[in-house]
Design a protein around this ligand. Structure first.
Ligand SMILES: [Fe+2]
Ligand SMILES: [Fe+2]
Length: 256
């Protein structure tokens, strides 16, 4: 912006905000939450009254965003996989690897779900986010393993041939040290009864995308059916402690 320009009037400011933080969808206005703007380096959120003043004939979006794939009335985990997870290959490759390795269904499911935090919500602390999303629907061994892989990833375990990932040196630099909360999590996990389940996520965590690998979500439908308690009302409408997380994923641009 030209620094010598006149200060913006209130209505110009509202127009600028509008362009920045919302999308017009016919009669509705879809707004961006603070987090979306923070990710662009700006601590900002839409000013509701200003947006409404600039669009007196429009209402804010309070439901489905028509730009996103349509979700059924009673969504299942599979529907989220297809319509809200940005990438499936990594999850499917890890789970396929675990399946071929003859691991238990809990381990396979943990591998299939271990990075849904990244695939759907946010990279930062993705193990914690993902675990919280699935906690009401899976055995505690599975959600514990998903939460804890966040920390175990950074620590080798020669007993199962797990080394510190080369890729992390490339990604984070040779001198990166996990923060104290990650070190604490790892130390607590080492003697936990589910340690090996989480460790097996790390062992099966496949980072190199193999274009020839044949992976298919259908291979896991039965394991999901037996190990993920799909709520009858639909994932997001069942009043569980994490239902709101699934709803947010379904309707991310609702005004409230
Ligand atoms: Fe991960
Ligand atoms: Fe992963």
């Amino acid at each position: 912006m030209n620094e010598h320009a006149k200060p913006l009037t209130l209505s110009e400011r509202a127009d600028e905000l509008e362009e920045h933080m919302m999308h017009e969808l016919g009669e509705r206005i879809a707004t961006k939450s603070t987090l979306f703007n923070i990710a662009d380096g700006k601590v900002e959120m839409p000013n509701g009254p200003a947006l409404k003043a600039a669009n007196p004939d429009k209402y804010f979006l309070m439901g489905a965003d028509p730009r996103l794939p349509k979700m059924p009335a009673k969504p299942t985990l599979i529907d989220y996989f297809h319509n809200r997870f940005a990438s499936l290959n990594h999850l499917l490759q890890s789970a396929t690897h675990a399946l071929k390795g003859g691991h238990s269904e809990k381990v396979v499911l943990a591998c299939l779900l271990h990075d849904i935090g990244v695939a759907s919500f946010i990279r930062a602390d993705h193990g914690y986010w993902g675990a919280q999303m699935i906690e009401p629907y899976v055995d505690e061994e599975v959600s514990w393993a998903v939460r804890t892989h966040q920390a175990l990833r950074f620590f080798p375990d020669p007993s199962v041939g797990y080394e510190y990932p080369e890729m992390y040196i490339k990604y984070f630099g040779a001198d990166y040290k996990p923060e104290p909360y990650i070190v604490r999590e790892y130390e607590l996990a080492r003697n936990h009864k589910y340690y090996m389940t989480s460790r097996l996520i790390c062992v099966n965590d496949i980072y190199s995308f193999d274009p020839n690998a044949k992976v298919d979500l259908n291979d896991f439908v039965d394991i999901i059916g037996r190990n993920f308690r799909q709520p009858e009302e639909g994932l997001g409408f069942d009043d569980s402690p994490s239902a709101h997380m699934w709803r947010t994923l379904m309707w991310p641009t609702r005004f409230l």
